[in-house]
Design a protein. Structure first.
Ligand code: GLA
Length: 428
């Protein structure tokens, strides 16, 4: 009898959680905000204003230029789409900029094999001052989004109190559940509470949100990438364990393709976001993106590592006096990925390491593929723990077995290392 009661309670408890089974790997897609902001001037700037046209054009690019097939399937609207509320209190889009409504855009996205994301704010107003979702509107707004066949909701946290957010985010998770439509839930809640316990309860977040913004907004500069990265690294003991399939930390959008990063910096952001199991939301003009930037964002190994099914977030494992930092992410199939990240500003640098320094222990044989951005694949084998490895952080070359090198200063390099069972047997 006691057991039955406990089971029953457990089931009732689960009803409150977000049970959508979505985002078993980090979401990938396109989000309007960083690049297109709140440009609502469609008279002056019809090509770039927040409008149906912009989203349809990005949908076309996602479908036609290889993005969708690599996994970039979310087409996400951000702030500044709302026109107001109708007589029944339902949200309506700006009628001039979204003349056919959001349901029409969702249908268009679905017809191309994409998913549509939308933005609202748990509060009186969105961050740019459009009508928000107050507590009494949570259920209605969730139903409205579901009726439009929306696939993801980013719920921001401007213009609300901590108390309202503490009630509103779980309430929205339950309301989304109750619609019966699987809608991925992106919560900005922790970012508004300083991102850290005790104010942020990450186990609760993991139960009610699929992803969450922990920290500041990304702006179009390398300084912003570094400050966000530094915050995530500083708090990695807290943040790293809470991420996993269906629940991701979100360090915010990729800047690749915009104006603030050099080519090497863009590659670095991609590598670092990959190793951090971060959502890969591009926010750039896909109509005009350069082939070089496309190569960065479409790097198949990068995407494969980001989307690894184990879903373990990587950590920084070494910070050298030489300003080289090493990040490591465990992957499925006894594999792992490494990023060698140089903060040096002088010149290419020879970085020497060994498998044991990189936390590879035991008498195993490791297979190393160094196949980062240039797309080429060089590989070799090295015996742990004595093997000494040497990377010149500069470019990618094919190298002899045991001597591995890749990428350059200022760039993030990614290696994938895999314990080879076959080899291990023969070396034990
Ligand atoms: C906040 C969010 C951003 C963006 C803007 C829109 O600043 O953190 O990602 O959604 O609001 O106003």
């Amino acid at each position: 009898m006691l057991l039955r009661t406990v089971l029953l309670l457990a089931l009732v408890g689960q009803g409150l959680l977000l049970e959508n089974g979505l985002l078993r790997t980090p979401p990938m897609g396109w989000l309007a905000w960083e690049r297109f902001r709140c440009n609502i001037d469609c008279d002056e700037d019809p090509e770039n204003c927040i409008s149906e046209r912009l989203f349809m054009e990005m949908a076309d690019r996602l479908a036609q230029d290889g993005w969708r097939d690599l996994g970039y399937v979310y087409l996400n609207i951000d702030d500044c789409w709302i026109g107001g509320r109708d007589a029944e209190g339902r949200l309506v889009p700006d009628s001039k900029r979204f003349p056919h409504g959001i349901g029409f855009l969702a249908d268009y996205a679905h017809s191309l094999g994409l998913k549509l994301g939308i933005y609202e704010d748990m509060g009186n107003l969105t961050c740019m001052g459009y009508p928000g979702t107050t507590l009494d509107k949570v259920d209605l707004d969730a139903q409205t989004f579901a009726s439009w066949k929306v696939d993801m909701l980013k719920l921001d946290g401007c213009f609300s109190t901590s108390e309202e957010r503490a009630l509103g985010y779980p309430k929205m998770a339950a309301a989304l559940n109750a619609t019966g439509r699987p809608i991925a839930f992106s919560c900005s809640w922790p970012a508004y509470e300083g991102g850290l316990p005790p104010k942020v309860n990450y186990s609760l977040l993991a139960d009610i949100c699929n992803l969450w913004r922990n920290y500041d907004d990304m702006q179009d500069s390398w300084r912003d990438v570094l400050s966000i990265l530094d915050w995530f690294v500083k708090h990695q003991d807290i943040l790293q364990p809470v991420a996993g399939p269906g629940r991701w930390n979100d360090p915010d959008m990729l800047l690749v393709g915009n104006f603030g990063l050099s080519f090497e910096q863009a590659r670095s952001q991609m590598a670092l976001w990959t190793i951090l199991a971060a959502p890969l939301f591009m926010s750039t003009d896909l109509r005009t993106i350069s082939p070089q930037n496309m190569d960065i964002l479409q790097n198949p190994l990068m995407i494969k590592i980001n989307q690894d099914p184990l879903g373990i977030q990587g950590r920084r494992i070494l910070k050298e006096k030489s300003h080289i930092e090493v990040f490591k992410r465990p992957l499925s199939g006894e594999a792992s990925a490494l990023v060698f990240f140089s903060r040096r500003t002088d010149m290419p640098y020879h970085y020497h390491s060994s498998l044991s320094q990189l936390n590879y222990t035991g008498s195993k044989m490791y297979e190393v593929s160094a196949s980062a951005f240039p797309g080429g694949l060089c590989w070799g084998a090295a015996r742990s723990p004595m093997a000494s490895l040497s990377w010149e952080l500069w470019g990618l070359w094919r190298v002899p077995v045991g001597q591995l090198q890749a990428l350059r200063a200022e760039a993030g390099a990614i290696f994938q290392t895999r314990v080879s069972r076959l080899c291990r047997r023969s070396w034990v």
